[in-house]
Design a binder for this molecule. Structure first.
Ligand code: FCA
Length: 368
């Protein structure tokens, strides 16, 4: 599958025919001490990167205060976003600014967070919004507080239902990553020589979020293009983007199709696939009759480490620390030097499985 993002280069690992977004060595190596899980409270201010005490210098003069920038995320409990924050911390340490990290699970929390940032004297923020339709309200609020905004992962949508392309955005090439999932599912199905007549595809969808829809549509398109029969590809919507949400969605589908003996599973991210894999287990479908492939690569580490393989086969890893690093760095340059960021930056992925994930996640600075 060809990706055309100029930010990427071919991954020469034999285990993958996908491309990988590369970031600076200094950025990666400094992320080596990440704890596997971080305990974070929803909706709370969880921490700032602190400078050494600036109070005294040899001359007695105070150094200028550090620029403060916010980093607001919709689901702070998801490892993806914790790794984005780690990347932001790294950029802050490297360039000498302060990053204020806030969980914003709903619109009210976003508005309160912007007020907090303004009160703290921040100059801008990076945000993965809990609802893309909050875009216009967030921009109005940010403008009145004099804050610059970069969106990450989930692009704002305006009242006309179009992306707000005037707000700088960095995120996945969603359709291409979804297509990669579809190709990988097909490849694994063929490797295992599964009879198509016994197989179905469970697509857990979250249509209200564009990046999610593009990912699952991409997977469906690639499977159909490879020759998988369209009438055996089943969509099932998740109400919430967590494990219980995708578990429920998949469970309904599995109940409707007891005739299907083997399942391919895809979703918007790792969490979506994990819930569906748990649902197959709940219905007694053996792990070797399930091939689930996620997206993110950050939220399936414990799953891939399990001694006994589950139906969760692999994931398209995208560099969450890299995205956190790059967006905060771009925002910092914008605030400090007036250099506006590119309006649209896309990242691509690399396929990880039980065989290669430790090595790839180490290379990417996600595992120590
Ligand atoms: C969305 C998803 C996250 C992650 C991110 C890149 O925000 O909810 O899990 O995939 O896109």
């Amino acid at each position: 599958m060809g990706f055309s993002n100029p930010l990427t280069k071919e991954n020469d690992s034999k285990s993958s025919h996908f491309k990988i977004t590369r970031f600076e060595m200094s950025e990666r190596s400094s992320l080596m001490n990440l704890p596997a899980t971080l305990t974070l409270a929803l909706g709370l201010l969880v921490g700032c990167s602190r400078a050494p005490d600036p109070a005294a210098t040899a001359s007695g003069a105070k150094p200028p205060a550090k620029i403060k920038l916010g980093f607001l995320v919709k689901q702070p409990e998801e490892p993806w976003f914790q790794f984005e924050w780690k990347g932001a911390d790294r950029a802050a340490a490297q360039s000498g600014f302060e990053v204020i990290k806030l969980g914003v699970p709903d619109g009210e929390k976003v508005i309160a967070a912007i007020d907090n940032l303004a009160a703290l004297g921040a100059k801008g923020f990076v945000i993965c919004t809990p609802d893309v339709r909050l875009g216009p309200a967030i921009m109005r609020k940010a403008h009145s507080a004099g804050l610059k905004v970069i969106t990450v992962d989930d692009q704002f949508v305006g009242p006309d239902n179009r992306f707000m392309t005037d707000v700088p955005y960095l995120g996945m090439s969603a359709s291409k990553i979804g297509e990669s999932v579809g190709v990988a599912l097909w490849t694994e199905l063929q490797r295992r020589r599964w009879p198509i007549a016994e197989t179905g595809v469970c697509v857990v969808t979250f249509a209200e979020l564009d990046t999610a829809r593009h990912r699952t549509d991409g997977a469906i398109a690639a499977l159909a293009a490879a020759g998988f029969p369209a009438n055996r590809i089943f969509k099932t919507p998740q109400k919430t983007t967590d494990v219980p949400g995708s578990f429920d969605a998949a469970n309904i589908l599995l109940t409707q199709h007891p005739e299907v003996k083997r399942w391919l599973i895809c979703a918007l991210n790792d969490t979506g696939v994990l819930g569906a894999v748990r649902a197959t287990e709940g219905r007694g479908i053996p792990a070797e009759h399930v091939i689930g492939i996620g997206i993110n690569g950050t939220d399936c580490i414990d799953e891939l480490r399990k001694a006994k393989p589950t139906g969760f086969h692999g994931s398209m890893l995208v560099s969450a620390p890299g995205e956190g690093f790059r967006t905060t760095e771009m925002l910092y340059r914008w605030v400090k030097d007036g250099t506006p960021p590119p309006l649209d930056t896309r990242t691509t992925g690399i396929f990880i499985t039980r065989e290669n994930f430790e090595q790839v996640l180490k290379q990417e600075g996600i595992l120590p």
